[in-house]
Design a binder for this molecule. Structure first.
Ligand SMILES: Nc1ncnc2c1ncn2[C@@H]1O[C@H](COP(=O)(O)OP(=O)(O)O)[C@@H](O)[C@H]1O
Ligand SMILES: [Mg+2]
Length: 378
């Protein structure tokens, strides 16, 4: 049986330093470590690298390839314009999709849409779920419809729109459809209309996309790795993001600076705690809200869900990541592999477990290299 791994590889020049989550590594060779650095300067400096923040490094792509190759014949397909003809020629039996795409709001949906057209079964969520989750406001609309807690929000597409908008402060301003903390800087937490207008303008100008303005959730933050489908969805040990590890005086958010600049391999920020130190009732409440979000958004096989407590201590959904980051090196603090390690599941076991889950969902009996040899020698 042949499994194709479809991926976007970050160019070598962009991937030589730093670390973080969401399937990426980003360099910051000249980055200041000062939290007082001007946001605008930082954004300019990082904009080009920022563009590829979601893509995977060679280290990640190779690690996933090696894990799959333990049991299957593997074909590597880069998610570029040649992906479609290559898929037509190769026609793999199954696809392990980790491609984040590059262009447009439907970028994560493009490869799964090709696979559906070609009727090639694949791992992970379908194009619709990937598209919806990348547009954080669309995902929040669905959550709200199902009465799943999520912060109040407004989408601002132009500076002229401000007059119609009534907002509470503090608020947080983020790009509508990015990941990997792209565009989420320390200064994105705003406390008055002037700060708000300034941040919205920066997002409209820098990313050329609407700004999502949300009520600021002041409580503890968690990220939750989920595996499985239907009644078999498993919640892995919850990871807490500990804001007391951030430099003094900065806003308590997991910002671009926190992910890419203040956290370096030689001076790591101790931001994650897994399993989170929370009591059983909060664990249950967080798990329940994540299971509900996973279900109503039709997530498949796996996802990582960000959660933050509101002022009443109630868990709210921040966002759903149906293409979770899976950096293999434990030093890189990637939360999905970290949660798996907390229950004794190694990286290769995790990759193969999700592959089994996805094949089962597709009604496919895995024919591994070992079983192929057994069949041939019968
Ligand atoms: N409504 C909110 N209230 C408080 N903090 C928030 C809110 N939205 C985002 N954040 C902070 O910003 C971080 C990044 O936001 P998120 O929507 O998860 O973006 P990304 O897709 O880049 O991970 C979160 O981990 C959290 O610390
Ligand atoms: Mg997030």
């Amino acid at each position: 049986m042949t499994v194709a791994l479809i991926y976007n590889l970050k160019a070598e020049a962009l991937s030589h330093l730093s670390h973080g989550d969401d399937g990426q590594q980003l360099s910051s060779p000249n980055a200041s470590t000062s939290p007082s650095d001007s946001t605008l300067d930082l954004r300019k400096r990082h904009k080009e690298k920022d563009m590829y923040a979601e893509w995977d490094t060679e280290e990640t792509v190779n690690a996933v390839r090696d894990a799959i190759a333990e049991r299957y014949n593997i074909v590597m397909i880069e998610a570029n314009e040649q992906a479609y003809p290559k898929l037509v020629t190769v026609r793999p039996d199954f696809v392990f999709n980790i491609a984040e795409g590059l262009h447009g709001v439907s970028r994560e949906a493009q490869i799964p849409a090709m696979l559906e057209m070609l009727r090639i079964p694949y791992l992970g969520s379908d194009p619709l779920t990937l598209g919806i989750c990348l547009d954080k406001a669309r995902a929040k609309e669905i959550l709200s419809y199902h009465k799943i807690p999520t912060a109040g929000f407004t989408v601002i597409s132009s500076m002229g729109q401000f007059e119609d908008v009534r907002l509470k402060f503090p608020a947080i301003v983020k790009p509508l459809h990015e990941g990997s903390s792209k565009g989420i800087y320390n200064s994105c937490v705003v406390r008055n209309p002037d700060e708000l207008a300034n941040e919205v303008k920066i997002i409209l100008d820098t990313y050329n996309e609407p700004a999502l303005v949300e009520d600021f959730l002041p409580g503890r933050e968690f990220t939750v790795a989920m595996l499985g489908n239907g009644d078999d969805v498993q919640v892995l040990p919850i990871v807490e993001i500990k804001f007391d590890a951030l430099p003094d005086g900065v806003n308590p958010i997991y910002s671009y600076e926190a992910k890419w600049i203040w956290d370096q391999r030689d001076t790591p920020l101790d931001v994650f705690e897994c399993p989170a130190r929370i009591d059983d009732s909060l664990t249950d409440e967080i798990s329940m809200v994540c299971r509900d979000a996973y279900r109503v958004l039709n997530c498949r096989d796996w996802s990582r869900i960000d959660v933050r407590l509101d002022s009443h201590g109630r868990p709210n959904i921040l966002e759903i990541n149906p293409l979770p980051g899976i950096l293999p090196n434990p030093e890189d603090n990637s939360c999905f592999p970290k949660a798996a390690r907390a229950v004794g599941v190694s990286y290769n076991q995790l990759i193969n477990a999700v592959l089994d889950i996805a094949m089962k969902r597709n009604g496919i009996t895995p024919i591994t290299k070992t079983s192929e040899v057994a069949i041939l020698t019968q």
